[in-house]
Design a binder for this molecule. Sequence first.
Ligand code: FHN
Length: 501
Amino acid sequence: MDWRVSTRRLFLRQFGAAGAAAVVASNARGLRAPAAAGLLGCNQQPESPEHPVASIQDTETPEQRDARMAWWREARFGMFIHWGLYSIPAGTWKGKQIPGIGEWIMNTASIPVADYKALAPKFNPTGFNAHEIVALAKAAGMKYIVITSKHHDGFGMYDSKANDFNIVAATPFKRDPIKELAEECKKQGIKLGFYYSQDQDWTAPGGAALKTGDHQPPAYHWDKAQDGNFQQYLETKAIPQLKELLANYGDYSAVIWFDTPTPDMTPQLASQIVTVLNQYPKLIWNNRLGGGYKGDTETPEQFIPAQGYPGRDWESCMTMNDTWGYKSYDKNFKSTETLLRNLIDIASKGGNYLLNIGPDSHGVVPLEEVVRLHQMGKWLDVNGEAIYGSQPTLFGAEAGSFSDTEKDKDGEPKFIPAWDWRSTTKTDKVYIAIFNWPSSGTLHLDKMPRKVTGAYLLADSARKPLKFNQTGDSIDVRLPAKALDPIATVLVLNASNMLKG
Ligand code: FHN
């Protein structure tokens, strides 16, 4: 696929509107094809897989890769945390509500560097409680956390000696939330990963900036204080900070979550980062480093791919409302039903769900988010075995179909999801999460590739066997008159893959 034709579409799907605006800007200034792995999308391989420095993905065996990815594949559900200085303006600057996602306020409102940095002395989030946040993730049934250690605003949410624009050196709070979270995650037995904006940095001279406001070429900076040399920024801030993050937090980081690669991140520069990553052979990192590195995971953002990414690990990251970083007036929260359907849909396609929370400037998680996470956790307490460590569906058509007539916003056939049921698989079981309870009282499945030896509902603590009739490839299971769960009732079919097919 020619990048000039495809970049905007892929970028939109990968990174959303803010990123797409930036690509338009890059195209306008005649830049070369973004070499970023994140811009390649789906299963496309970089045209030249030869990297200046080989990454772990280039050198490990499939068995080594399976071992490295094992916990992540088992997990299926993680917590994303976007938290930083931007939680103070919370979407409003100089009395004006600023459109777009909250953590982009500095860029969208063209806030000068000195004015933005002046937020730091006001940041005293004494309501932050690592124990409670980790406990919340666990109560939700999440198995890992990924937190912004530095977002595009360049503010370090940890104790950094490499750059003093950070929560310990520049705020009255003086605590290191990453350290506190790392200790809690270890105590409560959950993995911790760090988001790090390696490329965009709006307060460090030379850091990249993607365009959202009326910012001018060539660098799309809006303040002289941002001008400088990208390589120098990388070598004096990003790489030293990544080294700190990888070295200073015991067992963690389990994941480094890169973001928004720009054309500035050449293969040569990215390979300097890869040299650091290579010292941590258990580390998992995503496809957004740039420089042609594919990383471990595809990262669809704010959408669930119609058919997953067969052959690639992937993780849909999503917000609960319309922002990652806290915005006081964004109350457009998705229902728990939607969030659970998303989780089940993603698991049925072999992916992970990285669901975001955005704590406020006191470090407190908005109540709407807490409530939804607890509700999700309740469902998972009963039905988690259908999600954790599961394999994708053996069926497929239940997810929906591409329309013959309707096009999506990119002009491609529109995928119309169906919401009757989803399925996940284990070696000896097939799970059917039923959203739309059949009025006939019978669930009919075509193309059942395994012989079924028993059926029951996960929400039925007595595990009362259900009657079923399997003829050839089709099976009918007799269900109780009413769903046991208003969102999704999970039917278990004992069906070993050794018996048939
Ligand atoms: O620009 C960021 C955005 O603020 C947020 O961090 C998301 C999360 O995936 N990533 C970028 C947009 O793709």
